[in-house]
Design a protein around this ligand. Structure first.
Ligand code: JFZ
Length: 491
């Protein structure tokens, strides 16, 4: 009996291993966050359990935004069929971001569809991805449920062009991720390309197969696509994956006609009143999205988010290993937080289903810093100063003769009631010079010091300096907590 019941498993696993070898994954690092097949060491598909209920309608906009304002740091994931060509088509590199390859190489739909037949990311492990995000200090995950290529990365009943029905993988990675996120207490949201869909005759963007976009807008094809694919798919995502923290729409094209944009807003409100809408739907959302990798030069009011890359692409490109260094990621995160925003940092997993090892390791380095110093980031408010962001050069002029803006990167300040957090990236030899403010200082200590030992503050020519013993300094950045009297800074 025993041998009989184990035989199909062994067979399955060896088949899986054969596929994995074909995919070249045996040479890559294995990670089994959940559990692994003991024979082939590939992660096992998790058993699906029920998902938590959808959240009730928030009582106010502040209540709706509360988790987002606390979170500050999220993981963006661009994963789709484009991770297989990975920036190369028919042996030639295709310029631009990886997920735009179909457009940039003008690949006909019929040809591009072939990528579904070989999509089989056997090393995919939802548990490992979510664990990585958590260890990196990220509080929410936003994944491409359908990018411009038009391929649904979840089991859609609206279109068979989806990961469950059209690939040998025959699993719903988004369902698995929803479950892992619920388990780890990480918020989960979806990117959905509402306007561009290069797979459909009525979707925007595919001019090589289906002609100019203007005609689709005027002859009803676009509305047909919106009503028959985009809207029902968004409804599926909002109904079948538990609580959705936000919907990340993108590259809006004529959304203000025929209530097109509003209809998406209505769907979100109908199915998940607590779900946020990003700033790229084409009608007003719950927060503003900046341009890609664009960090405002000063503090900004309202709620906003910077979508950013860890290299120069969103979808995986095999030729792009120019990873942002951990110190750079950390500076940008604290910079964004000190200006009042959120940082949504992207990874592009491979066709094997893994996040490149070096990229992971960089994110985890930042995560270790945040484990100690996260109090200065999560739920922290804007800088009450501003001089630290930069200034116009007195010497350098741009092409129009205007002074060039020079960014300063020495330190950033975030706040909580009664506390200033000075995160210092370049520690001057004589100590950190506090910006001028009148409030009484009650106490100053290093956030990394569990004893919260008082740091000495010296005053020279009315400038206060905080001295940090060398042996207590972290090489990436040090956060000095300054406890002050009063909740408002007096300058
Ligand atoms: C879009 C997508 O086309 C791209 O593939 C990726 O998903 C990215 C996150 O979003 O690209 C944009 C959209 C908006 C701007 C720049 C690139 N923008 O406003 O600067």
């Amino acid at each position: 009996m025993k041998t009989r019941s184990i035989f199909p498993l062994v067979l399955l696993c060896s088949l899986a291993l054969a596929f994995a070898l074909l995919d070249g994954c045996a040479t890559r690092q294995m990670s089994c966050g959940g559990s692994c097949c003991s024979v082939c060491a590939l992660p096992k598909a998790p058993e699906l359990t029920s998902l938590p209920p959808i959240l009730p309608a928030p009582a106010s906009q502040d209540e709706k935004m509360a988790w987002f304002r606390e979170a500050k740091y999220g993981l963006f994931i661009h994963w789709g069929l484009y991770c297989q060509p990975a920036g190369e088509w028919k042996g030639q590199p295709v310029a631009g971001v990886g997920e735009w390859i179909m457009n940039r190489a003008q690949i006909p739909v019929t040809e591009y569809e072939g990528l579904a037949k070989t999509f089989n990311p056997l090393q995919f492990d939802a548990e490992a991805w979510v664990q990585m995000a958590q260890d990196a200090g990220m509080k929410y995950i936003v994944i491409t449920s359908k990018h411009h290529e038009g391929f649904a990365m979840y089991h859609s009943t609206v279109s068979p062009y989806n990961v469950y029905d059209a690939t040998p993988f025959h699993r719903d990675p988004i369902r698995e991720l929803a479950q892992a996120c619920a388990k780890h207490g990480i918020k989960f949201g979806f990117y959905y390309s509402q306007s561009q869909d290069w797979h459909e005759p009525g979707g925007m963007g595919n001019t090589w197969d289906f002609g100019p976009d203007g005609a689709k807008d005027k002859n009803g094809a676009y509305d047909k696509y919106l009503r028959e694919k985009a809207e029902p798919q968004v409804a599926e995502l909002l109904q079948n994956y538990g609580p959705v923290c936000l919907m990340w729409f993108d590259t809006a094209r004529v959304m203000n006609v025929n209530n097109r944009g509003q209809r998406f807003v209505d769907l979100v409100h109908k199915y998940q009143p607590a779900c946020l809408i990003d700033g790229r739907l084409g009608v007003k959302g719950d927060y503003a999205s900046t341009g890609d990798n664009v960090i405002p030069s000063e503090g900004e009011q309202g709620d906003w988010e910077v979508p950013a890359t860890v290299n120069h692409t969103w979808g995986f490109r095999k030729d792009d290993t120019d990873w942002k260094a951990p110190s750079d990621i950390l500076f940008k995160l604290v910079d964004v937080a000190s200006k009042g925003g959120n940082y949504l940092l992207n990874v592009g997993p491979t066709s094997a289903g893994v996040v490149p090892a070096e990229c992971q390791s960089n994110l985890l380095t930042v995560g270790r810093w945040l484990k100690v110093n996260g109090e200065a980031v999560y739920g922290a408010g804007r800088s009450p100063f501003g001089d630290e962001f930069g200034d116009f050069s007195t010497k350098l002029k741009d092409a129009n003769g205007k002074p060039v803006y020079l960014e300063f990167t020495d330190w950033r300040c975030t706040t909580k009631p009664g506390k200033l957090y000075f995160t210092v990236f370049k520690m001057p030899h004589g100590g950190f010079q506090l910006p001028d403010f009148k409030n009484e200082i009650k106490k100053a200590y290093l956030l990394s010091d569990p004893e919260q030992a008082d740091l000495a503050i010296t005053t020279t020519n009315d400038v206060r300096q905080v001295v940090i013993p060398r042996e207590k300094q972290n090489s990436m950045a040090n956060t000095i907590v300054v406890e002050i009297a009063g909740d408002q800074i007096e300058r």
